[in-house]
Design a protein around this ligand. Sequence first.
Ligand SMILES: [Fe+2]
Length: 260
Amino acid sequence: MSAWKQSTAAELSPESLAALIRNEIPAIRIENFADAEECAAFTKAVYDSPDLKSYSVATPTHYLGLVMYEYRQDGGRKQEFFDAVPEAVAAQEKLYKQSFDVPQRFRDLIGAHHPGDVLVPSEPDYGDYCPVVVRIASNGVHLHADYAPYNSPDWAIGGIEDQITWNLYTQCPSVGGETTVYNKPWVPAEGEDPARGLPDGSVETDDSIESFTFAPKVGEVVLFNPRNPHKIAAGATEGEGRVSIGSFLGTKGADLWMWS
Ligand SMILES: [Fe+2]
């Protein structure tokens, strides 16, 4: 484990993107990725969507699209996952029609700051991954870590080298909803099921471990390295939503693979 070279988030540049991938900085923030009107339209489309689903975790978290997390547990349901991709992508495309094509704008922007291509990977003999997921996480998300070589070793994405994540926030609670990232790249403990992605919880109380906390703003994209344990605080006011859309990005040679 090595210390971050700065304690604050960086602006997006080719250098900061490379540094984030190497876990040398805590985060990148891209303000005004989308304007207030676009975010309001997107948020409304999410709440109005008939396609919202729930995660099978203790804290109620809704999502729209497809998340690997649900399909990699208990040995994995690969066929089911890839069978569900076209419908998930179609549900997300309906949102873009009511607002704007979020992943396309993101791919164009990030592609201009990365030497290789930004691709949605395919699983040989199964099909394409789902590029993004939309989430309503108003009640927070427990401490966890995401790193495909550990949590999905039998999937194509398990072959990536380094993993970062990005999210656009289209609705944020006025109080609460902060994300905290701890600089201690996850290594699964002996006897733990890595598919669950549960890091050692002592990072939350160990003062020797650097952390970075951000309260997202509407319209901004924040990227961080999700192999670092991270959590989301609940919104302080009941009924205030936290809506985001994003994905993982994994390095594969010069390219970035994008999946959810
Ligand atoms: Fe995560």
